[in-house]
Structure formats: C-alpha cells, structure tokens
Design a protein around this ligand. Structure first.
Ligand code: ZN
Ligand code: ZN
Length: 388
C-alpha cells in the first residue's frame, strides 16, 4: 500500500502503489501502461483523478508535440502522460500541507510556474520564464501538468496546492473539468483585458473556450455579447450561455459589417478570437472599435499577413493568452457555484479512461457533434451504458 515517507495518507482513502496511465509514443500513438503512483513533495498533494476533459491543445501535444515540452524537447517516446483538464479528490498530502484535506473534491489549473521568475512573482505563472525547465541541472521546479510534466490521462497525479480549486459538492465531475476552461476565459477578459461591466464583446469561434468566453462575458455584465461561427448547433448553445446575438458567417459573409450593425456601427470594445481562421486577426481588428482590445486565444496553424497599419492607426491592443493565470479559475468557479451560467451545456460525451483513443477520436473528428469529451477512470454502469 502507498505510504511514502513524509506523505500524509488516510486509512479511509487507501491509495495503491501502481496505477493505469496512458503514455505517448510516436505522434498520435497512446498506450495504456502501468506506472507507479507519483509522490507529492512540499506544497503538493496527490490527486485521485475522477474526470478529465480532452482539450484541443491535448490534440496538438499528442499529434504535433508543442506546446508540450518534455525534458527540453518534443514529448514523444519519453514515457510521458498527457491530459490537463482534470478534477478529482485529494488522496494524500505532501510535507507541510494543511490547506486541503484528504477526501476534498477539487478542480485543477494547469500551471504551477517556477514561483521565482518575474512573471510568476506577478501572478502570471502561465507566462513563466522558466517554462519547461524542470529536469537535470536546469531544474527550476516548473510544473504544467500535461505540458511539461505528467498529466491527467491516468488515475493519480501530483499538483502544487496553488493549482487546486475547491469545488462545490453539487458540482458534477464533468462540470468540474470545465472550471479551468471558464478560468481561461475569465483571465482573457478581466486580468489581461480589463473588461468592465457594460462594455461590448465579440467572441469569434464557438469552441469550448469561445463558448465559455460568451458565458463569462455575460456574467461579468458585458453588453452586447456577440458570437460568430459556422455551426448553428454551436451558436444555439452560445445563445443559451448568454450571447445576445449570434452571426453565422456562412450566411453573413461580411462578418465585420454584420457585427458592427449589431452594435451601432462603431465596433465593439473587445474581440476574443477563438477560431484560428486565417482571416480571423484581420477581421477582429476591424470588428473592434478604435482603442479596443483583441485577445488571441486560438492556436493558428498558418502564418497570415496582418494589417499592422490599421492596428497602429486605430490604437488597437492585441494580446495573446496562454492558460488561466492570476488564479482566475477561483473566480470562474465562484460564477459556476452561483449558477451564473451552465457550463455543462458544452459537455457532450463521457467515456471510460480505458477508451481514451475513442474519446480522442470523438473530440478530434467532432463525432456526433462532440464539444467537450470527458474520460473517467471509474464510470458507473449507467454512465457506461449512456456512453455506448
Ligand atoms: Zn486545455
Ligand atoms: Zn516562473
């Protein structure tokens, strides 16, 4: 039985020594293996992973490599376990930890940062200057589970206490996995963006981050909130999450004109770009008003020419976002706890952990209109039936 030196465990919460963990081989190749249950150090806990959602960034890591960075390079064939949007139950406490108790349900943020660089000291730990430096003689202690350290497609993982978010008892496991998604939208709009109530927002692209950006913008008092996209079924979910207007760009080819018409002609205060479309940046800087802000949240695959003169002439702010920073997940969880929006509307499928490749196929190919696909190590019979 699991009883490492210096680690607090509970007889009410027995932990095995070994666990099942998916491991990445060559690009796109995942194998279910047996690994030792990891051991929490100072300021860390062991989390039993109860549910983990698949993110578009997991697909980047698994099929292409970056932004995952393992031992200074690509993540392939390094016995590395991907997965980062998980929630679970605290199962053991590292030395000195009294902030959480064994048996407590938590969601997680991804980035612990190094805690010692300029950005970490500012609370911008997702922009840590020591990203991925956690091995050999460059070990700065940086952790981003599922990116620079082992992640959540397994049964147990260690997390720094600063990455934990206590969740309400009534929040389902599936909803718990969405705290970090909503937290990313919160970070984009508030800490990085400076949104104040009553300002206008366009979200381009109704993927999980885009839909959560709609929900969080509305909950923050933005008005109007406009969502653009190509799929009516996803735009409909955007309306349910609080969008005042939606624009299907297949039906409205001049999306900039359509957006401006919906907001009195001058453009909006913020655009959150979540589509990764080739035209997205040039469209976004024309949808935003003079002096407005554009947050780039999607990983574009191609390099596209951008109309820099238009950005300069119009005093437009353009900023990228990586992850969830400044503990924005805690504020996102507070919105979810108060039922200010129903994040579960974007969860569509649940599979057992053993069926991860099927779950990934659903997420990647959007099988059966999949949006957020979740895997769970312990699925009860009813859930299994529903998934089949
Ligand atoms: Zn993610
Ligand atoms: Zn740092």
């Amino acid at each position: 039985m699991y009883a490492p030196a210096g680690v607090k465990t509970s007889k009410d919460f027995p932990v095995p020594d070994r666990m099942k963990a998916w491991v990445l081989g060559d690009p796109g190749q995942l194998t279910l293996k047996d690994k030792p249950v990891p051991v929490p150090k100072k300021a860390e806990v062991l989390v039993r992973i109860d549910a983990v959602a698949i993110c578009a960034t997991d697909l980047e890591n698994i099929y292409h490599g970056p932004p995952a960075l393992i031992e200074g390079g690509l993540p392939f064939n390094k016995n590395w376990t991907p997965g980062h949007e998980y929630m679970g139950t605290v199962a053991a406490l590292g030395p000195g930890v009294d902030e959480y108790r064994i048996g407590q349900r938590i969601a997680v943020e991804i980035h612990a940062g190094c805690g010692q660089c300029k950005r970490c000291r500012e609370g911008m730990y997702t922009s840590c200057h020591n990203y991925g430096l956690n091995y050999g003689d460059v070990d700065k202690g940086h952790r981003a589970n599922g990116f620079t350290t082992d992640g959540g497609f397994c049964e147990y993982q260690v997390n720094n206490i600063n990455t934990l978010v206590a969740i309400a008892d009534q929040m389902s496991d599936e909803e718990g996995t969405l705290v970090v998604t909503a937290g990313t939208a919160m970070y984009a709009l508030t800490e990085l963006g400076g949104l104040v109530a009553g300002e206008s927002v366009v979200v381009t692209g109704p993927g999980p981050i885009g839909l959560m950006a709609v929900a969080v913008a509305k909950a923050l008092g933005a008005h109007p909130v406009i969502l653009t996209g190509t799929r009516d079924n996803r735009l409909k979910i955007g309306l349910e999450l609080g969008a005042d207007h939606v624009v299907n760009i297949r039906k409205e080819p001049d999306v900039v004109a359509a957006v401006k018409k919906l907001n009195g002609g001058k453009g909006v205060d913020y655009v959150v770009e979540c589509s990764a479309a080739a035209s997205a940046v040039n469209d976004a800087v024309r949808m935003v008003n003079r002096g407005g802000k554009v947050c780039l949240a999607a990983f574009a695959h191609e390099k596209v020419p951008v109309d820099v003169a238009h950005i300069v002439r119009n005093n437009i702010y353009l900023y990228g976002i990586r992850g969830e920073g400044k503990s924005a997940t805690h504020r996102a969880e507070a919105f979810m706890r108060q039922k200010r929006f129903d994040a579960t509307k974007i969860h569509t499928h649940t599979f057992p952990l053993d069926d991860l490749p099927t779950a990934i196929r659903y997420a990647k190919d959007r099988v059966d209109d999949a949006i957020k696909v979740v895997v769970k190590a312990k699925m009860n019979a009813a859930q299994k039936e529903a998934a089949e």
